[in-house]
Design a protein around this ligand. Structure first.
Ligand code: ASP
Length: 315
């Protein structure tokens, strides 16, 4: 019997209200469907799950539609500081970068950390020095007008916090809908699993803040014996629960769907609603999609029927 393979993507667990037939929703769905088709095409040609998740994330970083790569949100000081990580389920090898600036595709750098360095995580100046070695020198990235406009608007709304930036009311801020991290999980024709994530983090975060997306076991986890997981949402909560590793461990006895459901229930029980979402894939190719936010864009293609299934998952 031929082995099942496939790829599942998310475009962030989001809190704002959205009309599923709006142009914005259509644009997001169209793009995420395109990225999952391309990832699937790579798998079909016999490429690895790592190649497929990296490629799909690069596409989403380059799109400017999501909170990643050139679409990244800004710190309270108006800078882009991005986090990304990637993990292979074959041997638990992993790479991550934190608070990198001027790198168009942080996921590529995370993969270089995994494959070309002896470390798992590089941050800040050291990560940029390594980027130079890898022939991807940091460049000045000028945020697009829509990002600068959003920054100015938030600056006005939250002006009372400007002198106390360590005290920013992120719950209030996120209720305005400022998310859109991108994540991917995949299973390839050899039965290998991989997971990847990339983000600008949280709007108006303090400079130096690193979120769950750079933390192996927090934002992602992959283990061929169990499954591959990618989380999104409030990074401060997700990393304290080591949520992706938690979900992966559930797959010792349960499928991906049940594991995501239980992990998000755990997140909700401890930290409340509107705190996050998750996608997962198990070693049999079963998938899980769960979130406690109003919606999360997802896209999935598998060798079972080769149909692209893309929608705004709503609760
Ligand atoms: N988890 C990301 C962070 O906290 C944000 C997100 O997933 O939207 O940096």
């Amino acid at each position: 019997m031929e082995r099942n393979y496939g790829i599942l993507l998310h475009g962030g667990a989001r809190s704002e209200k959205i009309n599923a037939s709006s142009n914005r929703a259509k644009k997001m769905c169209k793009f995420i469907a395109h990225a999952s088709n391309e990832g699937y095409f790579l798998l079909k040609q016999g490429n690895s799950a790592i190649d497929a998740v990296e490629y799909a994330i690069i596409m989403m970083e380059d799109s400017g539609i999501f909170n990643a790569g050139r679409g990244s949100c800004l710190t309270i000081d108006g800078r882009m500081e991005m986090d990304a990580s990637i993990m292979s389920g074959i041997d638990l090898s992993a790479g991550s970068v934190g608070m990198v600036q001027g790198i168009s595709n942080p996921i590529k750098l995370a993969r270089h950390v995994m494959e070309r360095s002896k470390h798992v995580m590089l941050v800040s100046k050291g990560a940029l020095e390594f980027a130079n070695f890898m022939h991807m020198p940091p460049k000045e990235i000028h945020p697009e007008k829509k990002i600068l406009d959003k920054y100015m608007k938030l600056k006005k709304t939250f002006k009372h916090y400007w002198n106390e930036k360590y005290n920013m009311p992120y719950d209030e801020l996120e209720a305005l809908g400022q998310q859109g991290t991108v994540g991917a999980v995949a299973l390839d024709t050899d039965g290998n699993l991989a997971s990847a994530v990339s983000t600008g983090g949280r709007w108006l975060k303090m400079s130096g803040r690193i979120g769950d997306s750079a933390i192996i076991g927090g934002g992602i986890y992959a283990d061929n014996r169990l499954g591959a997981v990618c989380a999104t949402g409030n990074g401060e909560f997700i990393m304290r629960l080591c949520l992706s590793k938690y979900a992966c461990d559930i797959m010792k006895r349960r499928n991906a769907s049940e594991s995501s459901r239980r992990a998000i229930k755990h997140l909700t029980n401890l930290f409340g609603k509107n705190t996050g979402g998750m996608i997962s894939i198990d070693s049999g190719g079963g998938i899980g999609i769960s979130h406690n936010t109003p919606y999360m864009p997802v896209s999935f293609v598998s060798s079972r029927d080769e149909k692209n299934i893309t929608y705004l998952s709503m609760v």
